[in-house]
Design a protein around this ligand. Sequence first.
Ligand code: HEM
Length: 186
Amino acid sequence: MKVLQVRFAGGDIGPWRIDRLEAVLGDPLPPAPRLAVLDGPEGSPPIGATWILHGVTSSERYVNRAERAALTARQQGLGRAEATCAPLIPIRKSEAWWELTQDERREIFEERSRHIATGLEYLPAVARRLHHSHDLGQPFDFLTWFEFAPDHARVFEELVARLRRTAEWTYVEREVDIRLVRAPGG
Ligand code: HEM
């Protein structure tokens, strides 16, 4: 698979306007008016960036064959013209999570928490891309990115509320919820 290096820069520049930035758990990030998403390792960060989060796309850890087929059949790509709303939700999980074995994590993630089964209910309305940061010495383990049309903003709230009530989320120790709207002027 193609690994993509991605930087999310909060600051004065970028096509996304930051409408909301709040700490769900743990420390927040400094406020900023705009967000730029930079694909690839090259290039200096935008002038005026207040914070930059690095992540890489990677191979799947937990998805089984049947789930992959279901995801592939339903998921849509990023960049749809109508998908002008985008949450960026950086998440860090606890040491206790990382000390579990792969089997134990899968058990909590899917058999107990139904992360994939629940998420599938929200496709194709919500498009997503997961970035890993755990091995990059970053403040978060995951940078989760979603895109949808304004009409689906309410169902997305329902989805995050459902996930935050799961056994998986008891291992989350830092989560920042950043809501963006694609808007000219940045
Ligand atoms: C739109 C519906 C969603 C679908 C279909 C979905 C699907 C998935 C899948 C398949 C994985 C596992 C990838 C792998 O095998 O490594 C995953 C991981 C993850 N997702 Fe979701 N997800 C959805 C929504 C969300 C939301 C709303 C959040 C955050 C609030 C979230 C946070 C995460 C995190 C943090 C991981 C990494 C878990 C880990 O490796 O420990 N997901 N998601």
